[in-house]
Design a protein around this ligand. Structure first.
Ligand SMILES: [Zn+2]
Length: 316
């Protein structure tokens, strides 16, 4: 087993040190590491073809597409309708009226309270994700307008450590919700996440309760909250704010679930249906209210906001 951590933490995090020692006194991590060797957990079917150049290939139907046309169509394949994965900048561009998105808490940056190290140090993983994305952590939050209606908007970014929810992601989302409550704004959270960020241990899990509490106060103020579940929305995000919406929206064919299919199959000793954990399956079973094709997203949001009494003046 790898040596994890040392004895140099400050008193503040002594309790975490103890917990960590307990958790890692068995080689559980090694077991996971072996199972995942050579795999990237977040590698799933909605990967965009990342190669540079004018032309790309749809990862679903292999149709060669002109990249500009693909982007003009919200990165939805015009041949098969496949929704290629997009990231926070493109998503905000598709939702917010041009020039209206005002980012908040941009500089909130994660720390490494547990001094966590698996095959690589958490601090190194953070630095690498920050360098690759230009973001401090995996969510962008701000206030914008949609068809002239003010909206509090959070967009999770799967590039940043699989959209995992650490303390900063939780804190930024909570602050946005509190701002939405005090300014009487409707709220949209675009979810894309592999779940809680294991490198932050229980601090990551606590975000679920913190965000849920803030959402409850937003609800008590009779304000509209809509999560948009995109591919993939799993783990602690599904187990908290992704499922707490007044209206739960999803993108076509998005993978939405808590635990992975294999874990459930092994626990239940049952074969699950092919479309299990897709947006369509969840719509059929009442967990999702509507599936919105990305090309219709903005128009649909505008309609839903107006239907719930929001207007360009913002107050209801
Ligand atoms: Zn296609």
């Amino acid at each position: 087993m790898e040596q994890i951590g040392g004895s140099t933490y400050g008193r503040t995090f002594g309790v975490f040190n103890v917990v960590k020692e307990l958790i890692f006194s068995v080689s559980l991590f090694d077991w996971f590491a072996d199972r995942r060797k050579g795999q990237f957990v977040g590698k799933v079917s909605q990967e965009t073809d990342e190669s540079d150049g004018l032309w790309g290939k749809c990862s679903e139907c292999s149709q060669v597409v002109y990249r500009k046309d693909l982007i003009a169509n919200a990165s939805v394949c015009s041949n098969c309708g496949h929704h290629n994965r997009i990231y926070s900048e493109e998503r905000i561009g598709l939702i917010a009226d041009p020039g209206t998105f005002k980012i908040i808490d941009r500089e909130l940056s994660p720390t490494d309270p547990l001094g966590f190290k698996d095959r690589r140090a958490y601090a190194d993983r953070l630095r690498e994700s920050q360098a690759n994305t230009g973001m401090k952590d995996g969510v962008v939050t701000g206030i914008c307008k949609v068809e002239s209606i003010p909206l509090a908007l959070a967009v999770m970014d799967f590039r940043f450590m699989g959209g995992s929810m650490g303390s900063v992601v939780g804190e930024k989302i909570t602050r946005l919700i509190e701002r939405a409550t005090s300014q009487k704004l409707p709220l949209l959270i675009v979810c894309a996440s592999g779940g809680a960020r294991m490198q932050e241990g229980m601090l990551s899990l606590m975000q679920m309760a913190k965000i849920s509490g803030a959402l409850e106060r937003h609800r008590e103020a009779e304000l509209l909250y809509m999560p948009l579940l995109t591919h993939p929305t799993t783990g602690g995000v599904t187990a908290s704010f992704a499922m707490l919406g007044d209206l739960i929206l999803a993108e076509p064919k998005a993978l939405i679930g808590f635990a992975g299919r294999r874990v459930i199959e092994q626990t239940l000793r049952e074969k699950l249906p092919e479309n299990f954990q897709t947006a369509e399956y969840l719509l059929e079973h009442g967990f999702v209210d509507t599936i919105v094709p990305r090309t219709q997203l903005k128009k649909t949001l505008g309609k839903l906001l107006r239907l719930h009494g929001n207007n360009p003046k913002g107050s209801r």
